[in-house]
Write a protein that binds this ligand. Sequence first.
Ligand SMILES: [Zn+2]
Length: 216
Amino acid sequence: MLIFIISTLVFVVAAIGVGRWVIVPRIKRQRILASYDVCPPWLLPELPKELDKVVKVGSRTRDNKSYAVNFYRLSCNCRRFRHSRSHYPPNDIHRLCRHLRQELDTSNVILRYDELTRRIIKDRVRDKFYRKMTLLGTEMAFGFHPESDFIRVFTRRRQANDPAEGPFTGIYDKFTFNADQDIWIHGESPPGAEAIVKTIYESVVRSTPNNERVKV
Ligand SMILES: [Zn+2]
């Protein structure tokens, strides 16, 4: 009887372990790979092999806590990374947890990435998808989630001598558009806003103002 109870317990614990550590991560990974059909991944350039080492990062919220990050592998031992960001394939920008982002910045390793990527990282990599496009001669990115009306546009500001139709040469900044209400948040629109809004409705959210949303 005792042997039966023990073997049942061992079986249950093993089953939970397999589910949690093998099956769930595999399902999450497959979902991410399937989502690449909606929008290709935003891949970071691979960093040099010499950065394949563990760096300790202090927690900003808890004094005595520290985390171990690795730039080459884009990995961290924090909870958020283990449960979510680690399921993204190598070099996907979504692997960057708060600690990786913090240490990339502190160590200036972030300067190895292009300006547009750096601006997305500064925004904490909050969007499910980042679609890169060239509009008005300017490379920009649209951050969005298929079920959200908010689209973050990462594009350059206009410098005094830039033509109205682009290209724009100022620093990269973030502008947020509400596709349901057809407005820019805080009333701040990016240079070339008209063409950008048209692209948002045609290619990013595939919706029109006040019409029913068509999910991508
Ligand atoms: Zn972390």
